[in-house]
Design a protein around this ligand. Structure first.
Ligand code: PLP
Length: 399
């Protein structure tokens, strides 16, 4: 075959997406319904005329779908711009509402998402006392360590349901029970569990729960907060009387509609997806541990079915991520490269792992569309990539 001079040869790489904890592709039904909403439900939901009421009805449907997903009453669901805003709303809103009680102490776990950790740090700068409770080497917060951290001044405890880096599920119901015994409110960041495993806000016993649409095939910039009826909370966004005066601002109707469809899909497909994902995750995990020497799984016990976090001895996580990307495989690392140095993952650090292990770990987070063939491909390419990276490492990453 002759190729014309200057012809560009484009290699078509089959890309394998294993970074669903970062974000998920939109479900086709979500795109379809959102497109219709953008076109037809453009009215302002606060307007009393037909167009406004049509948008409001679409939002009400979405609110019902979200409340069905988490076993809640629609009146307790407030739409937000996503997980970060929901976490801020829960923490800042509760702190402000409870300030008058004299309680000035906040507790979170050391493995929370930055949306919680940095909100705590911001409040600490304004005079709040903060405590970060440790986790054990399996990545779980113990009820005893929370009990030890609680004081009569504790206003709020914020402990995530599932961790975004390692997937471990926290004993939220037991932790919330202990917090309530001392009169503290309990918030859980369920951004990585809602839509993946059954989440029932009421049986978890929490007061506040955050979720985000783009983690379960919905759009970015749309999320919700569940507020148990009667919970003292002040809005962080003030303005009009939207969302029953709990979150001001004209609503992102199309985003909310997309969240609703994603919630409905998640509720009906969850059991089948979870079986599929757990089987693929276990295949990937055992395949890697068998094919690549010096590997170990980070985090154990109950985990969300789509997540595994694996450390690779004598390999820098960032280099492995880039090498895998060149092979068409998208993964992520909890450690971040800033100004040429690799920041350790705060989650793995909190689990007590040595520095090298906090910098050599990769998160694989699977999604419903991943296949056995894709998993086998990843297991197939890894030994060669890892061997090459190890041969290039002059100073071993391993301490
Ligand atoms: N909380 C957790 C556990 C997360 O994993 C994320 C996103 O990665 C967030 C909060 C923030 O959510 P959003 O991207 O919707 O702001």
């Amino acid at each position: 075959m002759r190729i014309a001079r200057n012809a560009t040869i484009i290699a078509i790489v089959h890309r394998i997406y294993l970074d669903h904890n970062a974000t998920t592709p939109l479900a086709p039904a979500v795109v379809e319904r959102m497109t219709a909403a953008l076109r037809e439900e453009f009215g302002n939901p606060s307007s009393v005329h037909h167009f406004g009421q049509r948008a409001k009805a679409a939002m009400d449907d979405a609110r019902s779908s979200v409340s069905r997903l988490i076993g809640a009453d629609p009146s307790e669901v407030v739409f937000t711009s996503g997980g970060t805003e929901s976490d801020n709303f829960a923490i800042r809103g509760a702190a402000e509402a409870l300030e008058v009680t004299g309680r000035r102490h906040l507790i979170a776990s050391a493995i929370e998402h930055e949306a919680v950790l940095n909100t705590f740090r911001a409040l600490a700068r304004r005079g709040w006392t903060t405590t970060f409770v440790p986790v054990d080497q399996s990545g779980v917060v113990s009820v005893d360590s929370l009990r030890a951290a609680l004081t009569d001044d504790t206003a709020l405890v914020s402990i995530m349901h599932a961790n975004n880096e390692i997937g471990t599920i926290q004993p939220v119901a037991a932790l919330a029970g202990v917090a309530h015994e001392r009169g503290a409110l309990f918030h859980t960041d369920a951004v990585q569990s809602a839509g993946k495993i059954p989440v029932n806000a009421r049986s978890l016993g929490v007061d506040l729960l955050s979720l985000s649409a783009h983690k379960f095939y919905g759009p970015k910039g749309a999320g919700a907060m569940w507020i148990r009826r009667g919970t003292r909370l002040l809005p962080i966004l003030t303005g009009g009387k939207h969302e029953r005066s709990r979150r001001a601002g004209t609503e992102n109707v199309a985003g909310i509609v997309g969240l609703g469809v994603a919630a409905e899909l998640a509720r009906t497909k969850m059991a089948a997806d979870a079986d599929h994902l757990a089987a693929l995750r276990d295949r990937l995990e055992t395949g890697i541990l068998r094919a690549v020497s010096g590997t170990a799984v980070n985090g154990s016990g109950e985990r969300v079915p789509n997540t595994t976090n694996i450390s690779f001895d004598r390999v820098e996580a960032e280099s492995l991520l880039i090498a895998l990307d060149l092979e068409g495989v998208a993964v992520s690392t909890g450690s971040a490269c800033s100004s040429g140095t690799l920041e350790p993952s705060h989650v793995l650090k909190a689990m007590g792992f040595p520095v090298h292990r906090t910098q050599n770990s990769i998160r694989f987070s699977l999604g419903a569309a991943n296949t056995e063939a894709e998993i086998d491909h990843v297991i197939g390419v890894l030994p060669r990539i890892v061997e090459k990276l190890r041969s290039l490492t002059r100073t071993p990453v391993r301490a």
